[in-house]
Design a protein around this ligand. Structure first.
Ligand code: MN
Length: 731
């Protein structure tokens, strides 16, 4: 009989039968009539419409329905797949759908139509918002997302027919939104396909190179893989595991690409580990098979993971181990039951109740959160309230937290309030001092947990510091903190550089008009290879540029330009500077020699006190006690870490206040004790209090803090002395 080309109706009928057969395989009670009705309804509406590929448009909803049938979803989902584009793209209305197919299917079609209208922006900040919308859509009915994922899968499969720019846009959106959602719902088969297709369109060179390399590598290793496979197979058989099956693991190009990027590997380095999967009949057999593998080959320590006892958040279960296989090669092995395999591949879809109203109560319990979501759908008036209530254990690998207004934000696990603060605004991040989590105050290093409601606490005095870099997890926070620290360091070194230069110019009696006018310094700035005077001054502050070299240039310039008669030899300048620095320097600033320092009168620190420097304008660094209240009021940009140079001998004058009984001879005793400690008294003031006590204030010259402490304790030892204390304010 000659072959005749079948007419369209036949193709359609064939496809319909194919679809119903596919469903019947896993759901013998399927309502074939309903599927047929949807099929005819949709085919009629899409009649005459064409896809970019030139095919009849109806092929698309049909393929989407097939993908849903492969996921073994319920009839309502498959019918929705057939109808999903009718409301958006044809004359059909939601009312019609409801009339023909009932409210459940109408709601599903409505949900899919609404998701299609969300415009996803793929920048980092918008990501959380996109997830929020998706979560809300899922809350209405999880099947909406499953249909949408199937829709996206078919669109990705046929992406080549679209214009180049559109391809990249849709592929990127798939990577940003649909891939992660498929992953979270455990639909790893779909996820792999979506990601690989997306890679093909976003980075075609990489994708095709990987396809070639993997095929080449596989050919090289074919024999090894087959040998190992047979060895495992035989061992299972020997132990009576009749149904044990062993396969090499499927290639997922996108994950190989990610791994290469992450570990900066080249193509030769990526296939050094071969993976196998063992599927057995029961949980007992999983552990049994593990024992056999470990008896056969040495396990690699630290690589065994029991996801059967502790399933992943997306319900994934398996045993993972890595062993040193034949020829000393590492092989990775996953062991699971068929049911676990179904969950691993189809995730939530594997558990979705296709047998309407006839579900194992245990399964229901496992997905009670799903039921809750569906229940909440009934009275879901306030989406914020919904977000408050869903604790999102679905997304355990990342952290989902709420703003006080109920907006959900996504963070990598281990994120802190600082990450949260920077995600709101840079200024909020800079001034973050802690957070209130679920109403309780927590420190900056606190780790956020899914479901937390986070309210950031700020203070105008707060500034980021280097320690923050160790506790943040988001790149945004890291970058902002680094920028701030860099700017602050620049400001500090600029102030310091300017101060050093001013001081040195004064010391050398060099007058630079309108210091630091840009034009005066321009030639020198250029000579030293800096873009601006600010940069040059900052370099001086950092100690990158020698101040004497700058002075040398300036002096040369001054003398040639103004024809100074009195020309100071450069050697003498150096000697002078060196001599001065020896006598003056009692505190050190990291990396900077020869500083002009003065001691703040407000707190009068002595060597040994914990101190901090404040860069004044033109008067050097003033040294404060770290406890001095003035420090807290200072511009933090101009504070600088300093320490005492205890190798330098110095003398500091402090006041000591003694309260004592008013008895003759006591003053002489006190003077003697102070002199015994080798300290000079430069001044003493004596008064009395109302209750007839004497108050003496001695100005004493001391070496350092321990010297002062000795003096105080020996004064305290004198009988008749009531109290001794240091007067903070200087003489
Ligand atoms: Mn569609």
């Amino acid at each position: 009989m000659p072959l005749t080309s079948p007419d369209r109706q036949e193709i359609h009928q064939g496809s319909l039968q194919e679809l119903i057969l596919k469903v019947r395989q896993f759901n013998p009670d399927v309502d074939g009539d309903l599927i047929e009705k949807a099929y005819t309804f949709s085919a009629k509406l899409h009649k005459g419409q064409k896809r970019s590929s030139g095919e009849p448009y109806f092929f698309h909803p049909l393929e989407v329905a097939k993908i849903l049938a492969e996921l073994q979803l319920d009839t309502a989902s498959i019918v929705t797949g057939l109808l999903h584009d009718t409301v958006e793209d044809t004359v059909a209305t939601l009312e019609e759908i409801e009339k023909e197919f009932g409210s459940e299917i109408a709601a599903l079609v409505d949900g899919v139509t609404k998701i299609s209208q969300i415009t996803f922006q793929t920048s980092e900040e918008k990501q959380a918002e996109n997830f929020r919308k998706m979560i809300l859509a899922m809350a209405k009915d999880l099947r909406v997302i499953l249909v949408k994922l199937a829709d996206r899968t078919h669109n990705m499969r046929t992406l080549e027919y679209l214009a180049k720019e559109k391809q990249v846009l849709i592929a990127q959106e798939t990577l940003d939104i649909y891939g992660p959602i498929a992953n979270r719902l455990g639909l790893s088969q779909l996820k792999r396909e979506l990601e690989d297709l997306a890679l093909r369109f976003t980075k075609p060179e990489i994708y095709y190179r990987l396809v070639t390399e993997v095929a080449k590598k596989y050919k090289e290793r074919e024999k090894y893989i087959e040998d190992v496979r047979l060895m495992i197979q035989q061992t299972l058989k020997d132990h009576g595991y009749s149904n044990g099956s062993v396969t090499g693991r499927p290639k997922h190009f996108y994950s190989i690409h990610k791994k290469m990027e992450r570990n900066q590997l080249n193509y030769d380095q990526i296939f050094d580990v071969t993976g196998f999967r063992i599927i057995v009949d029961s949980v007992e057999q999983c552990y049994g098979a593990l024992g056999m593998i470990h008896a056969m080959w040495t396990p690699v320590p630290g690589r065994f993971k029991d996801y059967i006892a502790i399933p992943k958040a997306n319900f994934y279960q398996s045993l993972h181990t890595t062993v040193v296989g034949p020829a000393g090669e590492r092989i990775e092995i996953q062991i699971r039951t068929e049911q676990m395999h179904q969950t691993a591949e189809r995730g939530i879809a594997a558990h979705w109740a296709y047998k309407e109203g006839n579900v194992d109560p245990k399964e229901r319990e496992k997905f009670s959160w799903l039921n809750r979501l569906v229940e909440w759908n009934q009275d879901l008036k306030d989406p914020n309230e919904f977000l408050e209530t869903v604790k999102l254990d679905l997304f355990a690998e990342d952290v989902y937290v709420f703003t006080p207004k109920g907006k959900v934000m996504e963070f990598p696990s281990g994120a802190t309030p600082i990450d949260f603060a920077y995600s709101i605004h840079t200024d909020v991040g800079h001034h973050c001092i802690g957070a209130k989590i679920n109403g309780r105050i927590v420190p900056l290093k606190h780790k956020l947990k899914s479901g937390d409601t986070v309210e950031i606490l700020t203070s105008p005095n707060q500034r980021p510091n280097k320690d923050w870099l160790k506790i943040v997890r988001t790149s945004r926070a890291k970058n902002k903190i680094r920028q701030f620290i860099k700017a602050a360091e620049f400001e500090r070194s600029f102030q310091l550089g300017r101060m050093i230069l001013e001081r040195e110019l004064k010391a050398q009696d060099v007058k630079v008009k309108n210091f630091p006018k840009e034009s005066d310094f321009e030639p020198i700035t250029k000579q030293f290879g800096y873009k601006s005077t600010d940069d040059l001054l900052s370099a001086i502050g950092y100690g990158k540029v020698s101040i004497s070299k700058i002075i040398q240039k300036l002096v040369q310039k001054e003398t040639t330009e103004e024809k100074k008669v009195e020309k100071k030899p450069i050697e003498r300048i150096y000697e002078e500077a060196a001599r001065k620095s020896k006598t003056r320097q009692t505190v050190k600033v990291k990396g900077i020699e020869d500083l002009l320092v003065r001691f703040a009168r407000c707190c009068n620190p002595v060597p040994g006190d914990s101190v901090i420097g404040f860069i004044t304008r033109g008067r050097g660094i003033s040294v404060h006690s770290r406890k001095c209240p003035k420090v807290f009021d200072s511009d933090p940009h101009r504070l600088i870490d300093i320490e005492w140079d205890l190798s330098q001998k110095t003398e500091r004058r402090v006041k000591v206040r003694v309260v004592c009984e008013d008895r003759p001879g006591l003053l002489a005793d006190m003077s003697r004790v102070i002199r015994d400690q080798n300290a000079n008294i430069s001044n003493a003031q004596i008064g009395t209090t109302k209750d007839k006590k004497a108050v003496c204030v001695f100005s004493v010259t001391i070496r350092d803090l321990s010297h002062l402490k000795k003096i105080i304790s020996s004064l305290e030892a004198i009988s008749g002395v009531i109290s001794v204390g240091r007067v903070q304010k200087g003489p």
